[in-house]
Design a protein around this ligand. Structure first.
Ligand code: ADP
Ligand code: MG
Length: 550
């Protein structure tokens, strides 16, 4: 509300809350900082896990930044900006989600200190921008090119990405699978690699051990063959994909049929059977011997198919039908009248196998080899889930290298090296902006510091040693030896990461921090009052919201 003379001017709705200037800023910084603080202890191979319990009581145990942020359902709008930055990291490059949150949070913490020293937030934002541009140039200059045919190198990259997950024991097995999977789907188009990770279908099933995880050159269907009389293996499979039910359609409106003669009754029932038989005949005439139907298949149709030696699965997920179509070259058929020999897809073999308790169908040796499926196994469900996240990260980093074949050493090596140069740059800039650029360098060093802390090392000792090593020309890749202790050349040790992961980390964290620093006014409209007792329209007087269920 503002006043013009003596007349009050109402601008905002009643109940709207507003905070301004420093109060708004420091509240936002505090909220956003917390995200980084929460994730800090999970960073790196010695990071701890978080146990998350959702509102339904489901438990997730992970140290994957993206997953933690997804599960904790952040409400504060400023904190959400950091969560978004981390999500962007996950979507763009697949790894480095924890690092982004930590870096954003550190940038904000240091900005707060500068603002307390009477440096205007806008100046901090410009300083951060200049520092991040410098950092990105340095990152590019320092990066090392790798050959995508260098399998040993790809393996190091994949293993580093999985290093922080609790599936550590199986890192090598999973790295090999990820490299093969990406190799299978990567396509070269005019000198450029195109890698669509969605083409790798990841399926999980508890049972056996993580070492039984395998890559299938085709598609995996978590379905069993519908009829016991059908074959369990089909060689040279001719595949038809049907998106409508293989059933006789029921009319939409009810009709009455009066039958006076028992033979008419039989004719009526026979007609339904005949219709189903004709459907199966169309499939047979086209030459198909494997049917994947997105909807249901009538029992009678199943019976006719089994008699013809056709194998079938029903209620296949739409996304799996699409994968089958891409992999086998089959058309997706809605009306069986459209089915011809040309609509069929091909696979060398379709086979039903018992996996743990359940049966699954494997469609292998597909017409289009640019498809792949990974079946993750493992004793515990939570373990399988974490393996899925590890596979996700390693698939992504390998794909990252296909797109841009540059790497840097991890373990805080690249961050320490960039921080050193950014600090030199700051002294050239001078003035108040210098302080912001230096703060940016300090924030970058939070990565090696956190890695050291989580490994139980003294972070001050480690930083002193790291800085000494980086002052020498051969010390560029010295980082925290998280697994062994002290510091070590991590390029030699093989702790390597795609450059794009670090690039995205710097970009996203700077953007998130800057966005929060520019806000000086928070206007929040009041929430609509909750509907009492969940009744539409509410009741006069209202009932207390938390009534026990009756
Ligand atoms: P993020 O979600 O940011 O990827 P992680 O928990 O996966 O977080 O940790 C990644 C960090 O751990 C990176 O800085 C990476 O370089 C570092 N790291 C991974 N493996 C090692 C290792 N063996 N030694 C030292 N640092 C490592
Ligand atoms: Mg990681």
């Amino acid at each position: 509300m503002a006043t013009s003379g003596s007349v009050p001017v109402i601008i905002l709705k009643e109940g709207t809350s507003r905070s301004r200037g420093r109060t708004a800023l420091s509240n936002n910084i505090m909220a956003a900082k917390i995200i980084g603080e929460v994730l800090k202890s999970t960073l790196g191979p010695r990071g701890m896990d978080k146990m998350l319990v959702d509102s339904l009581g489901d438990v997730t145990i992970t140290n994957d930044g993206a997953t933690i942020l997804k599960e904790i359902d952040v409400q504060h709008p400023a904190a959400k900006i950091v969560v978004e930055a981390s999500k962007a990291q996950d979507n763009e490059v697949g790894d480095g989600t924890t690092s982004v949150s930590i870096l954003s949070s550190e940038l904000l913490k240091r900005a707060e200190e500068l603002i307390e020293k009477k440096i205007h937030p806008t100046l901090v934002v410009t300083g951060y921008k200049r520092a991040s541009e410098k950092a990105l140039t340095l990152l590019d200059e320092l990066s090392v090119s790798v050959n995508i045919n260098d399998r040993a190198m790809l393996k190091k990259i994949a293993m580093t990405a999985m290093g922080a997950k609790s599936i550590n024991v199986a890192r090598e097995t999973l790295a090999d699978i990820a490299i093969d999977a990406i190799g299978q789907i990567a396509e070269k188009r005019d000198d450029e690699w195109v890698v669509d990770i969605d083409q790798v279908q990841v399926t999980k099933k508890t049972g056996e051990s993580i070492f039984d995880t395998r890559l299938v050159n085709g598609v995996i269907l978590d379905k069993e063959v519908v009829h016991p009389g059908m074959p369990r293996t089909i060689k040279d499979a001719k595949i038809v994909l049907i998106t409508s039910p293989l059933e006789v359609e029921k009319t939409e409106y009810s009709a009455e049929i009066r039958i006076r003669d028992p033979t008419m009754m039989k004719a009526f029932l026979d007609e339904e059977t005949n219709m189903l038989q004709r459907m199966v005949q169309k499939i047979k005439d086209a030459g198909a011997n494997f049917v994947a139907c997105q909807k249901g298949i009538d029992d009678i149709a199943q019976y006719f198919m089994s008699k013809e030696g056709i194998m079938a699965v029903r209620r296949v997920k739409e996304s799996d039908i699409e994968k089958l179509s891409r992999a086998t070259g089959a058309d997706m058929i809605t009306n069986l009248d459209d089915l011809t020999e040309d609509s069929l897809g091909y696979a060398e073999v379709v086979i039903e196998q018992k996996i743990g308790e359940d049966k699954m169908v494997f469609v292998e040796g597909c017409k289009n080899p640019k498809s792949g499926g990974i079946l993750i196994r493992g004793g515990l469900e939570r373990f399988v889930d974490e393996a899925e996240r590890a596979i996700h990260d390693s698939l992504f980093v390998v794909a990252d290298i296909y797109k841009s074949n540059k790497i840097v050493a991890g373990g805080g090596a690249i961050e320490t090296e960039i921080a050193k140069h950014v600090r030199d740059y700051a002294s050239q800039v001078g003035g108040k902006e210098q302080l912001a650029i230096e703060a940016f360098a300090d924030a970058l060093e939070s990565i090696p510091i956190t890695l050291a802390e989580n490994a139980g090392f003294d972070p001050i000792d480690i930083m002193v040693d790291l800085k000494a090593a980086h002052s020498k020309s051969d010390g560029i890749w010295t980082g925290v030896n998280v697994l062994g202790g002290g510091i070590v050349d991590l390029m030699n040790t093989g702790v390597v990461e795609p450059t794009v992961v670090k690039e995205q980390m710097i970009k996203s964290a700077t953007e998130a921090a800057s966005m929060i620093l520019r806000i000086d006014d928070m206007i929040a409209s009041s929430k609509a009052p909750p509907v009492p007792g969940g009744m539409p329209g509410g009741m006069p007087g209202g009932m207390p919201g938390g009534m026990p269920p009756m």
